[in-house]
Design a protein around this ligand. Structure first.
Ligand code: CA
Length: 236
């Protein structure tokens, strides 16, 4: 497998260099562009696996760049960087199609973790996941079951999303920790049990059909009662 290629559109030279050096150190090929137009030009020239995009650019709003990127037939995952921390920007960015969002200033490790997660995810994610009567809106990070809205904390949401994406497949605690926290929580995998307990209270307890199954000695698996994940007991 060749090295992944990342484009960084960022007008602040100091930050662009910091990101470029760090990502190159982590084994990625990195190009930088100092404004929106030259960034878009680079995107036309080469296939990138990921775009890191600053929102405040000298020639155009980063969200405008994002829109243009998303209008292309093939577009890479996009990680937005911004000094703005307002929730509206986050929502707006995610609506236009950013895959993730990082507020400046950030630690390089944090950026690297997001980059790795986005590259691993690869393709742009579908906006809505459906499993039985459970609907997960990945864009707005909202969940309903049988039409009833369910409030989840961010980590609970991430775990549920991961379970739904892998429905019918047993996931180990280690897999869940590495996916959701994007690091090795050695010896702390029981944190997963705690979050699963919270999730069950919200997702399963009020309903007859229990979607989150315990796989003894392994971890957890999500099942839906729409028959798509194989035969199983109608209720438990
Ligand atoms: Ca800027």
């Amino acid at each position: 497998m060749g090295a992944m290629r990342i484009l960084v559109i960022e007008d602040e030279e100091r930050i662009a260099d910091f990101i470029k050096r760090g990502l190159e150190g982590a084994g990625y090929l990195v190009d930088t562009a100092a404004d929106g137009q030259s960034g878009l030009d680079r995107l036309h020239e080469l296939d990138y696996d990921l775009l890191v995009l600053d929102l405040m650019l000298p020639d155009m709003d980063g969200l405008k760049v994002l829109e243009k990127v998303r209008n292309r037939k093939v577009s890479p995952p996009v990680l937005i960087l911004s000094a703005r921390s307002e929730v509206e920007d986050r929502v707006r960015g995610l609506e236009v199609g950013a895959d993730d969002y990082l507020v400046k200033p950030f630690a390089f490790e944090e950026l690297l973790a997001r980059v790795k997660a986005l590259l691993r995810r690869g393709q742009p994610v579908p906006e809505r996941l459906v499993a039985g009567d459970l609907v997960v809106d990945c864009l707005r990070r909202k969940v309903t079951r049988a039409g009833r809205p369910i409030e989840l904390a961010p980590k609970e949401f991430s775990i549920l999303e991961y379970l739904v994406r892998n429905r019918g497949k047993p996931l180990t605690r280690t897999m869940i920790v590495e996916h959701v926290w994007d690091m090795e929580y050695d010896g702390l995998t029981n944190i997963v049990d705690v979050y699963i307990r919270h999730l069950r209270a919200k997702i399963d307890d009020p309903f007859e059909f229990k979607m989150i199954r315990t796989i003894r000695g392994t971890g957890y698996m999500l099942e839906a009662d729409d028959g798509a994940s194989g035969p199983g007991p109608a209720s438990s």
